[in-house]
Design a protein around this ligand. Sequence first.
Ligand SMILES: Cc1cn([C@H]2C[C@H](O)[C@@H](COP(=O)(O)OP(=O)(O)O[C@H]3O[C@@H](C)[C@H](O)[C@@H](O)[C@H]3O)O2)c(=O)[nH]c1=O
Length: 388
Amino acid sequence: MAISNLDHHAPINSNLPAPPLSFDIFCRVVDNFGDIGVCWRLARQLADMPSGHRVRLWVDDLHSFAKIETHVDPTQDRQIVRRIDLVHWTVEPPDLQPHEIVIEAFACDPPKGFIQRMTAERSVWINLEYLSAEPWVEGCHALASIHASGLRKSFFFPGFTIRTGGLLREPKLIKTRDHWLSEPGNANTLRQALHLPGDLSQSLQQGCRQVFLFCYPSAPALGLLQGLARNSMPSVVLVPAGVYPRLVMHQTPHVRVHEIPFVDQTAFDHLLWSSDLNCVRGEDSLIRAMWAGKPFLWQIYRQNEDAHLTKLQAWLAQTSFSPAVHALMQAWNTGTDAEFGERISQIMSPPAWRQWQHDTHSWTEKMARQPDMASSLLELCVKMLQTG
Ligand SMILES: Cc1cn([C@H]2C[C@H](O)[C@@H](COP(=O)(O)OP(=O)(O)O[C@H]3O[C@@H](C)[C@H](O)[C@@H](O)[C@H]3O)O2)c(=O)[nH]c1=O
C-alpha cells in the first residue's frame, strides 16, 4: 500500500479550482443514529456554504434517517431534502456519474461500479474516519493510500486538536446558541412542541433542573435518579422514547422522568442548550453536548476488547475536567448504579457543580477557537483537486 502525506497545513493555491464543488457522501447505517447523524450534519453544512456546493447523500437505511430528519420520506428512493439530493443506497444502486469529491463515511465501501466510474472522472476520494482522541490520530490524518482501482484514497480523521480534521461545528454556532438562550420563551416553545405536561413545564420555568438523558441501556441510569434524589433541587429527566423505557417506573415526585419524541438535529441542539445536565452517547451527540457548554456525561459506544475504554481515557486526558469528573465519567461507563449515584450526588454540591460548569465552558470555548471539520475537509479536498 503506497502511503503519502499531503501537507494539509500548506496554503491553498487561490487560482485553482473555483467553487462551487460537487460531493457524493456514502453512508451505511451500521448501528443507531451516529453514522447518519454525522453524514447529515456534514452534508447540510457543505450545502449551506455560501459557495453553494452540490451535495448528494447515499444512505442505506432511510427509516433510521427519518427519525432524525422528519422531511425524509423512507418510501422514496430519490428525493431532495434541504437542497441535498438523497439516494437510497440499495443492493442495486443507480448508475450515477460520480461527483468531483466522493466522501466514504467510516469505510462503508461505495459500490464497485461507482468506483470504476470515479476512476474515469478522476474523483477525489476521502474516507471519513470515526472520531477518536487517541494520540496516533494526528499522525494518520490526511494520509493517503493507493486503492486497487489506481485512485488515491485519503483518510480524514476528525479530532480534538489542530493537527487533526477538527469537529463538526456550523458557522456562528456558539453565537446562535447564546442568542437562542437569551430568549427564555424559546425553551418554553420547545417544551410545548415536545408535549411536556403543564406541571413539568411549569416546574422547569420555575428553575427546577432539566436533565437530558440519551444513553445506552447499560448506563447506570437508576444511579443517576438516586443521585438527583439526594439533591435539594427537584429534577425533570427528559428521555427520548425507546432509549430507556423502564426508567419512567422509577420516577418520584422529586425526580420526574418524561419520555419525549425524537426530534430533528436542530431541536436536538435546542434540547441540549436548554438542559442543565446532558447525558449523551456515541460520537455526534458528544460533540453537540460540548457545543452546548453545559455539564455533560458521555457514554462511549462499546467496542470489542474494551477498546472504547482506551478511547475514553484518551479523550478525558484532552479535557480540562477535574479528577472527580474523570471518575464520574468512568463510573457512567463502567460503574454500578450505587457508585455512580454516590459520585453524581457529590458533584452536585454547589462548589463542585460550579467548577464543572466553569471547566466545561472553558473547554467548549477552547474547542470553538479551532478550525471546524467541514472547513478542514473542504480545504483538503481543494488541495487534492489541485494536485490531481
Ligand atoms: C435522540 C436524538 C438523536 N438525534 C441525533 C443526534 C445525533 O446526530 C444522532 C445520535 O448519534 P450519536 O450521538 O453518535 O449516538 P448513537 O449511539 O446513536 O450512534 C452510534 O453509532 C455507532 C455506529 C457509532 O460508532 C457510535 O460512535 C455512535 O455514533 O442522533 C436527533 O437528531 N434527535 C434525537 O431526538
